[in-house]
Design a protein around this ligand. Structure first.
Ligand code: HPA
Length: 266
């Protein structure tokens, strides 16, 4: 970790207060950033490299609405074959760089039948269905507690702030519980029914490990999902990654507008 931080510090002295993980479709959010400095994951010692198509791996430092930010363009998914320690490594880096607020964005399948593709959902809580926890292993008490509390994991003030920002912009917004499946296969129809019975509004393949680690480090967390599709079994059509990407891109405009407003208000 020391080598990672040292290398990043050599490239930029900017101290980010907000970290933003960009999910599918949001990659070009970085275009609006001022005083931009980009660092490719592959150049950062110790940093894992994302392999998913459309996830181009770099950290982007700069200013948005005069706030110092660090964007993660391209996240590391467990389903790519990485160890959990790699999946959460970038979040630990952001925390070490001084980030206080983490915004996690993702694409997710709608489980709540009131939802529609292209909806945005603020995550109010999550269900970790992977049966593993990213904090398994020795704990460094200096970084965070052995048994972190998960009350209000997604910071209620940020949920309210995001909801108010959406209202101000006239963007329809949902709130709900995100359930994490590791993927890469999409869920079965029976799993989606289970998810609904257990209280999930959306399902996805990211965000939860990152949120747990961010809480361990005491960060404030905001999570927002693009509902790119209805989950398996709800509609007659089979799921297709290309469609997920397409809807993600369609929604990107309003999502970026919302993110800008949120960053301004934080
Ligand atoms: N399931 C899991 N992850 C997803 C989905 C889905 O339906 N859509 C986008 N990411």
């Amino acid at each position: 970790m020391d080598k990672t931080i040292k290398y990043i510090r050599e490239q930029t002295k900017l101290e980010p207060e907000i970290g933003i993980v960009l999910g599918s479709g949001l990659g070009d959010f970085a275009d609006s950033i001022e005083d931009k400095i980009e660092i490719a994951y592959k150049d950062i010692p110790g940093f894992p490299v994302s392999t998913v198509k459309g996830h181009d791996g770099k950290l982007i430092f700069g200013k948005i609405n005069s706030k110092n930010v660090c964007l993660m363009k391209g996240r590391i998914h467990f389903y790519e074959g990485y160890d959990m320690s790699d999946v959460i490594y970038p979040i630990r880096v952001l925390a070490d760089l001084g980030v206080k607020t983490l915004i996690l964005t993702n694409a997710a399948g709608g489980v709540n039948t009131d939802f529609n593709p292209a909806d945005l959902m603020i995550i109010t809580d999550h269900i970790n269905l992977m049966g593993k926890n990213p904090l398994i292993g020795p704990n460094d008490e200096e970084l965070g507690p052995r048994f972190p509390d998960m009350t209000d994991l997604y910071t209620p003030e940020l949920v309210d702030l995001a909801e108010n920002s959406a209202k101000k912009l006239g963007i329809g917004i949902r709130k709900g519980v995100y359930m994490y499946f590791t993927g890469p296969s999409y869920e079965t129809a029976a799993e989606v029914r289970m998810a609904r019975i257990l209280g999930a509004d959306a399902v996805g393949m990211s965000t939860v490990p990152e949120a747990i680690v961010a809480r361990h480090r005491g960060l404030k967390i905001l999570g927002i999902s693009t509902i790119t599709n209805m989950s398996t079994g709800i509609l007659d059509t089979p799921l297709d990654h290309a469609e997920v990407v397409e809807v993600g891109n369609l929604v990107a405009g309003k999502f970026k507008e919302l993110l800008n407003e949120i960053i301004e208000e934080i």
